[in-house]
Design a protein around this ligand. Structure first.
Ligand code: SF4
Length: 392
């Protein structure tokens, strides 16, 4: 374990620190259902030894992936860590692994299932580990919006683009309709590709990534962007607004990154002279504009790794990662952008008891919580993912 350094200050708890998602909800949604397993008690002092023993018994048959936002107790058992796209590619690069244990959230495990061979089985340690952002774009809603665009004679002009953080259903829809998947690292390239094929983009499901990329990287104005609210008739937009828009942004956001505000940026600049503010592009537009640097999770890690000793950083992304980076770089002052806790509650559902449970089940010859994308959806989603992989 890494020792706690004096430079790290834990943000204070808030009543909404762990946004309660994923309890007994629709199994067809990203929220999944409660874990059905006979989990070991969190207080079991042998959990670390049990996880190590089960992983060792499985040997090369299992490959454990750990998303950067996972808890330290889980990350220590990961064979590789990364963001969602890197992890899906890592899974695809291990055809010899019979089981892929994905310590992340549901849409990530789906992408791994799409990109791995049919013989490999992808396991999510807790089925309730969904993503609130992915849940904000449901296939039926998107199809309804598309029909509206069809009625207005707009679909031939619109290229659908979905962020990696979306369900396999949505990636399949995008693949069927000439669109592409993007990540926070390649959103600019994906939008450029799309505007070579149409005059408008429907961007799913993260309005902030779509807006930030269109305005700050492609030079569109805020007036070129409209917000499509699936809970309002016609998305809450007039025909004129839809016809004039370049970017039709789906009304979705990340519950974690959406919590950072412009006040957090102002407050930290006053409190820490010379601080560098580094945020993820899932943050709100005003926050991103006020930051010094903006980039994906991998970009944030590289920027902090490369920062000079003695420099100060306020980082707007998930707390587990920021804390880990602060502890790994005691020579730099790395702090959380907000004064209060901001975990991804669904990521945090994957804890050591769940990991021990799935590993021991696999040792016993049972495959718990397997994530399977139906072949037709997987085929269409693969088209959209392959277009992303082929982006210049
Ligand atoms: S951090 Fe945000 S986008 Fe990522 S899994 Fe959590 S809710 Fe979803």
């Amino acid at each position: 374990m890494v020792a706690v350094t004096s430079s790290w200050t834990e943000p204070s708890n808030t009543a909404t620190a762990l946004l309660l998602l994923g309890r007994g909800a629709d199994p067809a949604s990203e929220r999944g259902v409660d874990c059905p397993g006979d989990l070991p008690a969190p207080s079991d002092p042998d959990l670390v030894a049990r996880a190590a023993a089960a992983k060792s018994a499985l040997g090369g048959r299992v490959f454990v992936l750990g998303h950067h936002y996972q808890r330290d107790e889980v990350i220590r058992f990961a064979d590789v860590t990364g963001d969602s796209f890197k992890l899906a590619r890592e899974a695809a690069a291990r055809p010899e692994a019979e089981f892929i244990v994905f310590c992340g959230v549901h849409f990530m495990a789906e992408s791994a299932d799409i990109l791995t061979s049919p013989e490999q089985r992808v396991v999510l340690p807790d089925l309730a580990a969904g993503c609130s952002m992915a849940d904000m774009a449901v296939l039926g809603q998107v199809e309804t919006a598309w029909e509206q665009f069809q009625d207005l004679g707009l679909v031939d002009e619109i290229v659908p683009v979905t962020y990696m953080n979306s369900s396999a259903d949505i990636k399949g829809f995008v693949g069927r309709n000439g669109g592409v998947v993007c990540t926070s690292s390649n959103a600019e390239r994906a939008l450029t590709w799309s505007f070579e094929r149409g005059s408008k983009v429907l961007f799913l499901p993260d309005q902030h990534l779509g807006r930030n990329t269109a305005v700050l990287q492609l030079g569109f104005s805020l007036d070129d962007c409209v917000l499509y609210d699936p809970h309002k008739p016609n998305g809450g937009l007039t025909e004129r607004q839809l016809r004039d828009a370049k970017m039709i942004l789906w009304r979705g956001h990340c519950s974690v990154h959406g919590r950072f505000t412009i006040d957090s940026v102002r407050e930290v600049r006053e409190r820490v002279p010379g601080v560098n503010v580094l945020v993820h592009p899932e943050c709100r537009h005003d926050v991103v504009r006020a930051a010094d640097l903006v980039g994906s999770t991998e970009y944030i890690i590289k920027a902090l790794d490369a920062a000079p000793a003695g420099s100060s950083w306020a980082v707007g992304t998930e707390l587990n990662l920021v804390r880990r980076m602060a502890l790994a770089h005691p020579d730099k002052q790395i702090m959380f952008l907000d004064r209060t806790v901001c975990y991804c509650s669904t990521m945090n559902r994957i804890d050591l008891p769940h990991l021990v449970w799935v590993l021991e089940e696999l040792v016993a010859g049972r495959v718990p919580n397997q994530i399977v994308v139906d072949p037709a959806t997987a085929r269409d989603a693969r088209v959209a993912l392959d277009r992303m992989l082929a982006l210049p």
